[in-house]
Design a protein. Structure first.
Length: 144
């Protein structure tokens, strides 16, 4: 992400420091996989470009009005997006706090402490609980 932003993102100033923001979907949609070689994107370069092109042509910002289940299906239809990424986009991109991304840290924590299942069913706040579990797992490194 850092290399992507540094190479293609707009320069911004924050607290007197020159940084780079995230490049626009329109800019990314105009790139080729070869353009992403310098940032060492590997196989993911294709996914970045295809997602950006879909964002420009389909208007992902309109997807925010969809019900969560329907939005998740749309996300899963994007090349390179699987269950975890879809849940992350729902939670962090669209503010759907009912999303519960399961990465390796969460999976290990759930397995070690909760029989492999979510410890609570908070419904519309599952994503908040997920963040506490993630923080606990990373901060303490106590998984098992």
């Amino acid at each position: 992400m850092r290399r992507l932003c540094e190479q293609f993102g707009p320069e911004i100033e924050w607290e007197g420091e020159a940084l780079h923001g995230f490049p626009s979907a329109r800019l990314l949609a105009g790139l080729t996989e070869n353009d992403l070689v310098s940032i060492r994107s590997g196989y993911r370069g294709r996914y970045v470009i295809e997602a950006a092109r879909a964002a420009v042509s389909e208007g992902y910002e309109r997807w925010g009005a969809l019900p969560t289940d329907e939005l998740k299906q749309k996300l899963l239809a994007v090349t390179g997006v699987g269950e975890k990424v879809a849940e992350c986009v729902l939670l962090f991109g669209y503010g759907r706090f009912e999303a519960f991304p399961v990465d390796v840290w969460i999976a290990r924590t759930l397995s070690a402490h909760y029989g492999g299942r979510k410890p609570l069913n908070l419904g519309s706040l599952d994503g908040v609980a997920q963040q506490y579990l993630f923080y606990y797992a990373r901060a303490t490194r106590r998984i098992g």
